[in-house]
Design a protein around this ligand. Sequence first.
Ligand code: FES
Ligand code: FES
Length: 166
Amino acid sequence: VSGDAPDTHLVEVTVNGRRHRLPVPGWRTLSDLLRRDFGLTGTTLGCQEGECGSCTVLVDGQPARSCLTLAVQVADRRVETVESLDADGEPSPLQRAFRAHGALQCGFCTPAFLLLGTALLRQDPAPSATCTRRWLDAALCRCTGYQGIVDAVQAVAAGEITGEQP
Ligand code: FES
Ligand code: FES
């Protein structure tokens, strides 16, 4: 759909449960859309080359690297960022598990790990530790052995920390 300026497209997208309609330049990345247009700075940028995964968000429930995704590609789709996890003011079970298991890393990688874990637990409420580790490979942190993060996901899977959503 054409917008006002050349190469601008009118995009409808659902972000964290709210539907929006806005003009978007064709070259705008999803990470810029989220951070600049929506002020959702929980989506962080590391390499901006598709390597580190710190910019991970969920698109229709699937992890996606927002630095490599164009905003126009999420037209009519559902995007979730880390800000959605405690949208009702309460930390999600996985967020509480991260705290309980010392899984909180820095502000760059933690949002990606939380979203990856959330997506995994929705698809498979009881993933094995091996499967969890493989899944978390999508985000890179050189500062941890990932054990606390794996433990946190496993704690939710084991029902140690409960709630309606992972
Ligand atoms: S910032 Fe997107 S993969 Fe590194
Ligand atoms: S990249 Fe965040 S703690 Fe290592």
